[in-house]
Ligand binder design. Sequence first.
Ligand code: UT7
Length: 339
Amino acid sequence: MAYRPAALMGLGSYLPPWVISNEDLAAELDTTDEWITTRTGIRARHRVSPGTSTGDLAVEAGHRALKSAGLDAEPGAVDAVVLATTTPDHPCPATAPDVAARLGLGPIGAYDISAVCSGFLYALATASAQITAGQAERILVIGAETYSTIINPADRTTSVIFGDGAGAVVLAAADDSGQPGVLLGVDLGSDGLHRDLISIPAGGSRQRSTPGEPDPDGRYFTMQGKKVFAAAVARMAESSTSVLDSIGWTTESVDHLVGHQANARILKALAKQLGIPEERAVVHLDRVGNTSAASIPLALAHAASQGTLTPGSRVLLTAFGGGLTWGSVALTWPDVTPA
Ligand code: UT7
């Protein structure tokens, strides 16, 4: 197989039906709707019921993305499944093989990507590289999370922010780089020196989870919000500029900025730093909170279904998360109907 670009050709999303409002949280925690709305822009988030896993959400979103791409879920539909998640069904094995099997996609390559909130863009970069290298024709790329399973429900600094959900795209080999949907530029970065700003301390080989440990809460997700806020704006702005420069787009020419949906104030500061009018930033977090690796495909599905993203418009994706990790992708929007 020869070198060719990879293009987005299908888009699907799935949110679990249980919605938690700010008022619901204020009834249980020392917080208010006013604080959450003004400090984050979030009004509601979805949560899975006990027993529902990340893989369950990924299967739903994957099914919809295949349908949107006009593909039946059957062997031969895609050549690989790449699943970005911070909340796999199990520490071992990866969740993607189970998702591929449940979708009936046959014995194809399937693997998880762990880059926290940047995971979906890392997964897109990896899948796109497989296609351009000629290793695959079509790949199902999913971002799925159940943060409700790793958040300390008593921690108001994280439990008001995160939500559960899944989004997915089908990437396919394109004839030429002028085809709408082609990923024109990709930028990825990391800074492991600041790994402690976002972490789940226990449960890995560094700090095993054993009953009776002095820090039983080490299994919960932790985030140093203020420091993360500043780094998120700076790194996403740098990465965005880098990817735009690499393909010769100016910031003024970007029609839609689809940033990681962590905080409305971050999106606003990012748009300002880039010199992109604020109204070009897609905002979806008010309905779903921060869904980590699912946030970009969920925001894309929302904006496309609202008619905000129109075929041919210039779209900049950028994300930031634990690791620290960050990344950006630029594409022109294809004629795709989200499912
Ligand atoms: O997804 C990966 C990337 N993640 C992000 O990008 C998240 C980045 N960080 C943020 O979005 C913000 O830092 C937060 C939303 C997490 C926090 O907002 P903040 O404006 O940075 O607040 P803060 O942490 O500085 O806290 C301000 C005050 C504190 O009280 P004192 O010390 O001033 O008395 C907090 O204890 O707000 C308090 N606070 C709350 N009050 C009511 C913190 N959480 C809450 C809450 N309700 N839920």
